[in-house]
Write a protein that binds this ligand. Structure first.
Ligand code: ADP
Length: 334
């Protein structure tokens, strides 16, 4: 299901780097976040101080890394990039924090996955620009306070709810990134097509955008696949028909549902009469891990109004029945 995965696949990060907007004015959609952020940046510029720490929450592929890079670019500051899982020991973080330069932006992706000792070091660093470095081992160990340069932390998390409150509270500003509208994804696609030199027509962009699950990363990926198809079969011209034929071939349907999504819904409808059914039972029915169903398939299905999570289990909505050309039973959810 690589084609509609919101996570980067293979050597995609290299290609993605070339498609990233560099300035806030180039960043498409997320209007509220853009406005809030531009205020935060502007007031920091006026006060000549690094801005408050920024937390970005939202699903993968929605532009969190891109925004972190933009924040640094707008501040004219260097940026250091790391991730929660890479900060296993407090020493890993201390090495970074103690070498930051004044005003530098520190980006920590997946900040909810940071190890506890590193997390506690970060509290102090965020608040007082200070860390305690432990020297020596055992009973003779001492802790030496060390001042660090004022910096701006930009944290990204797919699940703000998993962040411990003391960490969450130390961010001056939280940006909630939402899925993108089809029209916004069309803009993303036209911009990328220009950069890739692809001949993308209006109706072609619309068709790809509709199937992109509200996610720029997926839109850009589908665009590259469709472009390859168009080059071989349609002299490189991406119209609606060409986009639809290519994506049908790759089994991404008109709503952006892929094979796993359809398997989950079909099991729910045909094996469990529309539910409610527990997550693990549903996962077994499609031969997947519960986490895969919960994290990969469900958020999109819920957002599309096809599946609901209720206290009694997963339920197919009336819309889901209709999506498969079935008549919803009386009392169907939604
Ligand atoms: P995240 O860090 O949230 O997983 P990224 O910032 O890496 O997402 O974005 C994934 C890809 O989508 C990048 O290639 C980026 O250029 C593109 N992208 C994301 N948001 C936007 C946007 N608002 N406008 C244009 N391109 C975007």
């Amino acid at each position: 299901r690589d084609l509609v995965s919101p996570e980067p696949v293979g050597d995609e990060p290299v290609i993605e780097a070339t498609l990233r907007p560099k300035r806030l004015s180039e960043f498409i959609g997320q209007q509220r976040v853009r406005e809030q952020l531009s205020l935060v940046l502007e007031s920091a510029r006026r006060r000549r101080r690094p801005p408050d720490h920024v937390l970005m929450s939202g699903g993968p592929g929605l532009g969190k890394t891109t925004l972190a890079l933009i924040i640094a670019a707008e501040l004219g500051a260097p940026i250091r990039m790391t991730s929660g899982p890479a900060l296993e020991r407090a020493g890993d973080l201390a090495a970074i924090l103690s070498t930051l330069t004044e005003g530098e932006v520190l980006f920590i992706d997946e900040i909810h996955r940071m190890a506890r000792p590193a997390e506690e070091m970060l509290y102090l660093a965020m608040e007082d620009f200070r860390i305690d470095v432990v020297v020596g081992k055992g009973p003779g160990a001492t802790s030496i306070p060390l001042e660090i340069a004022p910096f701006t932390l930009v944290g990204a998390t797919t699940r703000a709810g998993l962040l411990p409150a003391p960490l969450r509270d130390r961010f001056g500003f939280t940006a909630h990134m939402d899925f993108y509208e089809v029209a916004e994804l069309e803009q993303v696609l036209h911009r990328s097509a220009r950069l890739l030199g692809a001949d993308l027509r209006e109706d072609g962009a619309h068709e790809i955008a509709k199937r992109s699950r509200g996610t720029p990363r997926i839109a850009n990926r589908l665009l590259r696949r469709v472009r390859d198809y168009a080059e071989v079969r349609a002299q490189g011209v991406i119209t609606r028909e060409v986009a639809a034929a290519a994506l049908d071939l790759y089994e991404v349907d008109a709503e952006g549902l892929d094979r796993l999504d359809r398997a989950v819904l079909e099991a729910l409808l045909r094996k469990f009469g529309g539910g409610p059914v527990g997550l693990s039972t549903l996962a077994v029915a499609v031969g997947e891990e519960p986490e895969t169903v919960e994290i990969v398939a469900e958020p999109f299905l819920v957002r599309q109004g096809l599946l609901a999570r209720t206290p009694r289990g997963r339920v197919a909505t009336a819309l889901a029945w209709k999506h498969f050309g079935l008549t919803p039973p009386p009392g169907a959810y939604g």
